[in-house]
Every structure is written in C-alpha cells, then in structure tokens.
Design a protein around this ligand. Structure first.
Ligand SMILES: Cc1cc2nc3c(=O)[nH]c(=O)nc-3n(C[C@H](O)[C@H](O)[C@H](O)COP(=O)(O)OP(=O)(O)OC[C@H]3O[C@@H](n4cnc5c(N)ncnc54)[C@H](O)[C@@H]3O)c2cc1C
Length: 475
C-alpha cells in the first residue's frame, strides 16, 4: 500500500495538464492541496494498525492486503464495512471522503464488463481484471468520470446539435480508439491517478458511438483538466483540522484522445449503457448511505455544541431538532445496511447492493440536506455570518473588546466560542459550504434520477393487490 508521501510524490511527477484560474498549475498547487489532504486520510488510516480492519481488505483477485478504497466487494460484510469506513472517513474530513468515487467505479466495471462478455463473447472482463490488479497493487485513486456535458437536457446524445456533448468514439483501429467530448463536475480529477470514464445514461441503437467506457492516467496525452477548487477559509490565528481539507471538481476534456484497447471496457454495446450508468449509481448511492449520516453527525454536533456554548442546551426546540436529525442520520444508515443485507452476488462474484434500499437512503439524504442545514442556521443565530474577521479578534486594542462581547455561556472561553462560530461560518456561509450543499443534492444523480430508479424497481402492483384483497375486489 502507498503512504501519503508516496502519493504526493506520484502526483508531483505527473504531466501538468491541470488548468485553474487561467493558467496551467502544478498538482500540488496550494488550492488543490486541501483535496489532497482528504486523500491523505485514506492512506494514513489504512497504514495505521488500529484502523486497518476498517480501511484495508483482502483482494479477491490477488489475495493480497489492499486499501479498502481499492476493493471490489465480495460479500455482505464487505458492503457493510465499506459503508462504515465511509462514515468514519467523512467524520474525519468534515465532509465527503471522496475516494469512494473510484471504489464504486471499480465495482460497477467488475459487474458490467462480465455481463457484456457473457452476452457477446467479448474480452472486457479480462481487461478489467488486469487493470484492477495493477490499480490495487499501486494503491491508486480513480475519479468517476460519468457526468457528460450533455448539452440540451431535453435531447438525447444523438439528437444534439453538437454530437460531442456526450463523450463518444470518433474512430478506432487495431491499436485502440479515439474519443472526443467532455465530462463535467468530476471530483478529484486534478489529484487522482486514473480517470475512469463511463456513460451517464441508457443509450439506443442509434447511440453506439456514445457507448464507451475506458480508463486513462489523469495526465494522459490530449486530456485537459479544467479545475475548480473549494475549501473552508484559510485561518491565520485559530488553525483547525477542518481548514486543512477541501476538494476540487473539474471539467475534463477529451480532445481526440487515443485509448489503447487494453484500457477499453465497453465500445459500442449501447444496450449496456444504462446498465453501466445505473450499476455505478447504485453502488455510489450505497456509499452515500455511509457519508450522508456522517454529514448529519456533523450537523448534530454543530447544533449540540452551539446550544451548550450559547446557554440554550436542553431547550425544547433544540431537543426536537436533535431527535429529528438522529432519525434522519440513522434511517439513511439503516437503508445502507438493508442494501448490504439485501445485496446479490453477480456473475463476476461482486456483491451488488440492493437497488431499492440504496436509492431510498440516498433520496432521504438529498431531501433533508437543506432542512438539516436550516436547523444549524436556526441555532447558530446571525453572528456566525456577520462576525468580524479573524484579525480583529487579535488586534491589540479592539481584540479584547471583540472577545468580551462575543462570549455567551460564561463557562466557555472566548477562544472556544470564536472557534465554534468560525466553524459555523465555514459550514453555513462560505463558498465551500455552498458547493457541498449542492453536492448533497446532486451527487450520484439528481433527486429525479433516484425517483426514476425507485419507480423502475419498486413493485407498486403488489401494493394494489394488497388493497384489492382488503377491499374484496376480485377481477
Ligand atoms: C460537487 C459535485 C461533485 C460531483 N462529482 C461528480 C463526479 O465526481 N463524477 C461525476 O460523474 N459526476 C459528478 N457530479 C455530477 C452529478 O452527478 C450531477 O450534478 C447530477 O447527475 C446532475 O446532473 P447535472 O448537474 O448535469 O444536472 P442537469 O442535468 O443540468 O439537471 C438540472 C435539472 O434538470 C433536470 N433534468 C435534466 N435532464 C432531464 C430530462 N431529460 N428530463 C427531465 N428533467 C431533466 C434534472 O432532474 C434537474 O432537476 C458532481 C456534482 C456536484 C455538484
């Protein structure tokens, strides 16, 4: 397994193809480092004997000990432990642990490449296995490169005025394929090792050229990463762990990019486009059932500590909120457990989470995002978004007065109330918070996509039959 330092060294040796703020930047640019720091948690935890049970696994392909973020689930226990690991990781980073994007991509590829081979006699699964073994051995990080630019949302890929709006194959020869198009919102693209690309949606027989899945190193020739970094505000005086973490998302452009055949996992099998998209989505929505309870944990922690520091602990509206949030957190987590218990063994041997439970858990999380943050805003009061800048708390003349008038519960020091309110400010009123609140709605697919997955898989006729029997209707 890699150490954090080896990971950083590997990033530094990559070809510079990351654009940010109008220039090409190094992968260890100070704005990208907060995202890298989140990745470091995943290496450090796996390397720590005390956490190795949660953060490492045994590869079903090589029998070797690997980082669990590189693992392909082979049992119900694997799914349960993955979910628990993600909740633990997200609590540590203060928000998304991010690296499950690659985990879920690997799991989806392992399932669908085998299905395509079984149906068509192709050799994608063997290619995937070679890719996965190398990935696990090198303890790599992959970005899940799914969301296409898509163009006009009301039109299908083959109906777009510009056919490049969804990534497609423009030519192929005996060595490989040439792909063109762009994917948007790609988390970790600027600090991952591999970009794993696959379709966003189901595809028709007119859309074979868009039915493509492949992997390329993130610094591959003719790949451009246009990055957008976000992080809590940097601190000058009251440094805190939260303010060392962050994330990056990117527009990833494939500019007539060559991909050799041994890295191509789908090419033209339009009938498996939707299956690939949904298999990843279900695996990822199961991961959400681990990370969103962690976000609710953070929200509950902010509310409970704020109430204590403000002197309103135990007030009815605080208790009501905490009870509600505990319910939301644990119901999402319970849906993830149910998805693991109701999982199925696929032809490739990969354990696939139950679709209904993964989707209802993810949907519940998305629906509650803004309500939950609204509860934090209620208890936080107005001051966390109007408070003076950090320097004013430390100014020799005005600083003591600023501190004096910001104290609330006298049992809590001025510095601790300052620390809490600045953290509330980061979570409620920073550009970073805005990004993550939207991510909690759209990540893994918009709410409408979860609704479609639920409606497509849930047996409503069975419910009608219940009522017919109860009502004595016999048709
Ligand atoms: C912070 C963040 C990180 C992300 N990370 C990743 C990542 O790492 N990898 C990745 O692949 N993606 C990632 N995503 C993308 C995420 O999966 C998408 O945002 C999500 O799938 C929605 O797609 P969109 O943003 O293009 O929304 P849009 O498609 O523009 O949707 C906007 C609205 O239009 C509706 N709509 C769209 N099309 C239709 C239609 N045909 N019929 C009816 N209604 C429609 C939607 O339901 C929604 O209400 C990330 C997103 C965010 C915000």
């Amino acid at each position: 397994m890699r150490t954090s330092e080896q990971y950083l060294e590997d990033l530094r040796s990559m070809r510079p193809n990351v654009y940010m703020g109008g220039e090409i930047v190094r992968r260890d640019d100070h704005l990208i480092i907060p995202g890298i720091n989140v990745m470091r948690i995943t290496f450090d935890m796996a390397g720590d004997p005390e956490n190795s049970e949660l953060f490492t696994a045994t590869s079903p392909y090589t029998g070797e000990k690997i980082n669990r973020f590189c693992h392909v689930s082979a049992s119900v226990d694997d799914l349960l432990i993955k979910q628990k690991m993600i909740r633990t990781g997200a609590r540590l980073s203060g928000f998304c642990i991010q690296r499950c994007m690659g985990t879920d991509t690997l799991n989806a590829l392992s399932i669908v490449t085998k299905d395509i081979d079984d149906a068509n006699g192709t050799e994608y699964y063997q290619r995937f296995l070679e890719f996965a073994k190398n990935y696990q051995k090198k303890d790599q990080i992959a970005a899940a490169v799914q969301t296409d630019a898509k163009g006009d949302r009301g039109k299908r890929p083959h109906e777009q005025v510009d056919p490049d709006m969804d990534v497609r194959v423009i030519s192929q020869n005996k060595d490989g394929i040439i792909v063109k198009g762009a994917k948007q919102d790609i988390t970790m693209a600027s600090y991952c090792d591999e970009l794993v690309v696959f379709p966003t949606r189901s595809l028709t027989s007119e859309e074979k050229q868009w039915a493509v899945a492949f992997a390329v190193p993130a610094d591959w020739d003719r790949v451009h990463i246009v990055n957008r970094a976000s992080a809590p505000r940097e601190r000058k005086f009251i440094k805190a762990p939260l303010n060392t973490y962050g994330s990056s998302d990117a527009l990833v452009i494939f500019d007539d990019t060559f991909v050799p055949w041994d890295r191509v996992f789908m090419c033209g099998e339009h009938e498996f486009g939707g299956r690939m998209a949904l298999t990843f989505a279900t695996c990822h929505r199961h991961s959400y059932c681990g990370c969103k309870p962690a976000v609710e944990d953070i929200i509950m922690g902010l509310i409970a500590l704020t109430a204590e520091y403000y002197g309103v602990e135990g007030k009815p509206h605080v208790r009501e909120k905490l009870a509600h949030l505990a319910g939301v957190a644990e119901l999402i987590y319970a849906a993830g457990i149910a998805a693991a218990v109701e999982s199925t063994k696929t032809a490739s041997g990969t354990q696939f989470p139950g679709t209904i439970y993964a989707n209802v858990g993810r949907r519940l999380a998305g629906e509650n995002t803004y309500d939950s943050w609204g509860m934090v805003a209620d208890i936080a009061g107005g001051f966390p978004v109007t408070m003076p800048f950090e320097e004013d708390y430390y100014h020799p003349e005005i600083g003591p007065l600023v501190n004096k008038y910001t104290v609330r519960n006298p049992a809590v020091s001025a510095e601790n109330i300052h620390r809490l309110q600045r953290t509330l400010s980061d979570y409620l009123a920073s550009s970073w918070a805005g990004v993550w609140q939207v991510a909690d709605v759209h990540g893994g697919g918009s709410p409408a996509m979860e609704t479609i997955a639920i409606l497509g898989n849930y047996d409503f006729d069975e419910r009608k039959r219940i009522i017919k029997r109860l009502a004595g209707i016999d048709d």
